[in-house]
Ligand binder design. Sequence first.
Ligand SMILES: NC(=O)c1ccc[n+]([C@@H]2O[C@H](COP(=O)([O-])OP(=O)(O)OC[C@H]3O[C@@H](n4cnc5c(N)ncnc54)[C@H](O)[C@@H]3O)[C@@H](O)[C@H]2O)c1
Length: 439
Amino acid sequence: MTEFNPIRELPDLAGYGSGDVLVVFGEVFGRGYVNGLIDAAEQVGMKVVYGTVGRRNPDGTLRGLTDEEIAEKGHGPIINVPLEAGFTNSEPGTSETLADVLGAVGKDWANAKLDFEHIEVLRSIGEQRFRKNVTLFMEELRNHVPEGANVLFAHTMAGGIPTSKQLLVVTNRIFKGTGARGQSSQEFWESDLGKVCEISFEEVSARTLGHLIDLSDGFRDGVTNAGGRVSYVAYGYHGTECLIGGEYRWQTYAPYLQGFAKIHLEQIAAEAHGRGISVGVFNAPEILTNSSGVFVGVELPLYRLFDALEQEPSSKELAPEVRKVCAAKLQGGEDGLAEVKSILRDYHRAPEVEFIYEFDGWPPHNRPEQMDLMVGSAMALRKLHVNEKDLMTLDLSRLVFSACGHVMLHKSWDLDAPVYWVGHDIVAKALGRTGLPEE
Ligand SMILES: NC(=O)c1ccc[n+]([C@@H]2O[C@H](COP(=O)([O-])OP(=O)(O)OC[C@H]3O[C@@H](n4cnc5c(N)ncnc54)[C@H](O)[C@@H]3O)[C@@H](O)[C@H]2O)c1
């Protein structure tokens, strides 16, 4: 288990400047974490080179983006090599794809027995495709990096839930189910279906970092021989410290089944760091993005960001502006904010969620009474909004990813450990330094 290593002080400003390059290893979506890093890099004049996961043709082949799709992205240069990882999509020519395997699992999924030798064949085909494409990506990347430049890779990849109707029914019950609709994540994880997911999550969320480091060996030598430095940052999740009851307290979302892969991500970083490679996993706070929307209730601690903003001397004066923006999204305005606070207070001190404060043994599985309370509180908070599609957590998420981007960019200049935690304290301090991000 990695030792808890929270960043307590803001890093010194990094030495990056124009001519240096941020490489996004993954694809950028509207409100994801990496947007904060891109903004921070652009602020110091760095060039940003983008990746894509590619798209699937109707016959299953993986392809790069079309000119139209590139234009829709609306950002700078894309290395148009599809970086989709994992084996959840069918490869043409493969006998019995993962979709076929999972499609054959009936209602009695808990007792289904799968052929793991065959799954290993599918995994290995996906891995070979990914490694081949990363090699092509690296070759093209050389054309984007000026002589003597410093290069920062941002690993954003997480995912790997196989596409299957049967699985969707089960995961909906795990992540959203309450009462009789609930489903134990532990029972699922111990089933063959859970085991396939574990392999798939590892493939996308963890092992991709290992492939990136490994397959950029030659590239790294080229940059360092020319006088530049190469670093890697990756986004992890391993709980977050938030201000609860007047003190910063570590807590976690449950059931974060991807957490097992995130631990592996930390281990991959630790191993590479031990070999002298400048790499750091940043365990980041819970926010709302395209990827996290499925985890109902993951956003609960995010509402606590107010408290940290008000507590930290450097961010104190930003707090009224944030309150104003958030209150405007609530039916009761300022009264609505008081209601938010009260729901959170009840939630965080309820005996049903006591286990979310236990760092050892992370990630915890869900429990029926915890799911009832967490999902119930999340729904109650949503209902306080004027428009449930325009949540205040979207604004708070932007503050968090922006602050994390600042911290990660500047910390990446001197990665003295392989794994860090970004808590609400350092988020508030970073905002105190940068000011609130522009829309
Ligand atoms: N949202 C949160 O609460 C939260 C908290 C802590 C850490 N993170 C991490 O931040 C990172 C970015 O996630 P985000 O929440 O900003 O969402 P996002 O949807 O913006 O990013 C997800 C990323 O994963 C990539 N991806 C998805 N499936 C892939 C596949 N099969 N192969 C290769 N790449 C794939 C996408 O290209 C994208 O870059 C992830 O590593 C995530 O685990 C998120």
